[in-house]
Write a protein that binds this ligand. Structure first.
Ligand code: PQ2
Ligand code: NAD
Length: 196
């Protein structure tokens, strides 16, 4: 079976500076996805015009800045991640070239082969977060699977996480002993029903 070789990481976007080039449908979609996960994400959007929905989002998030202008190399200064989402393929490629020169990681929204990273479909249950990727095969299936899992996972999972954190904070002993005790406590979650 073909495998997905992408390695998922969870960025702290409130500590990073993201540049989004393009403020139309896709620019709005990507900014919105970032803010749904990281409401304090530091995002600068550079575009010649902005969708009103994006202007509304920026008005609600003080860490989002909209800069109405044509893209120029200087926009990359001090940025950690870039998303190129203009309707101009040539320009998206230019942004990619400049980002690579500056060693900044880039996602080119319509061009998987130019992406250093993909955005995933995200399931959120309080502190629990699952990121889904179909290896770029079908973002629609990623979205549908997210909806299924969002429904299927019980809301009580977050309570379990809180309780486990309290126990984790109380556990004494060395690291190996802590791991042993936590594994023992949570064994019930993976035990076969007939064994229980
Ligand atoms: C998960 C999600 C995250 C997000 O964007 O926030 C995401 N796309 C979403 C939705 C979506 N995107 C598209 C549709 C229309 C239907 C369809 O084409 O299926 C829908 C569905 C809809 O909107 O309903 C069009 C599309 N997308 C890409 C291409 C180019 C290509 O495939 O060549 C084209 C064709 C463009 C064209 O035809 O012009 C490429 C990528 N899209 C990815 C992510 C990355 C792979 C993720 C993975 O590994 O699965 C990757 C590779 C790069 C990237 O963009 O990061 C988000 C779900 C949000 C949610 O959970 O609700
Ligand atoms: N990855 C995905 O999920 C996905 C899905 C659908 C479409 N796409 C692709 O994404 C691209 C963008 O689509 P869209 O619907 O958002 O387009 P759009 O027309 O809604 O928006 C285009 C944006 O690009 C900006 N722009 C254009 N020239 C610029 C310049 N020189 N400097 C700065 N900004 C500039 C415009 O100001 C505008 O904000 C298309 O090429 C499309 O094929 C990707």
């Amino acid at each position: 079976m073909e495998q997905n070789h992408l390695f998922p990481v969870f960025f702290k976007l409130n500590r990073l500076q993201v540049l989004v080039v393009g403020g139309g449908n896709i620019g709005h979609e990507k900014v919105s996805a970032m803010l749904q996960n990281s409401p304090d994400a530091g995002i600068t959007v550079v575009a010649t015009w902005f969708l009103p929905e994006l202007e509304a989002l920026a008005a609600q998030h003080t860490t989002v800045t909209l800069v109405q202008k044509e893209f120029s190399c200087g926009d990359l200064l001090g940025k950690d991640l870039v998303v190129a989402a203009t309707n101009d393929r040539e320009l998206n490629r230019t942004v990619w070239e400049k980002a690579k020169c500056s060693k900044v990681l880039i996602n080119v929204a319509d061009t998987p082969e130019l992406c250093d990273f993909y955005l995933g479909s995200i399931v959120q249950k309080g502190n629990l977060k699952l990121a889904i990727s179909t290896n770029g095969k079908s973002p629609t299936i990623a979205k549908r699977l997210k909806e299924v899992l969002q429904e299927a996972l019980p809301d009580t999972l977050d309570e379990v996480l809180h309780k486990l954190q309290a126990i984790r904070d109380q556990l004494k002993g060395d690291f190996a002993e802590k791991v042993k005790q936590l594994n023992k406590l949570t064994e019930v979650l993976v035990k076969d029903k007939t064994e229980q």
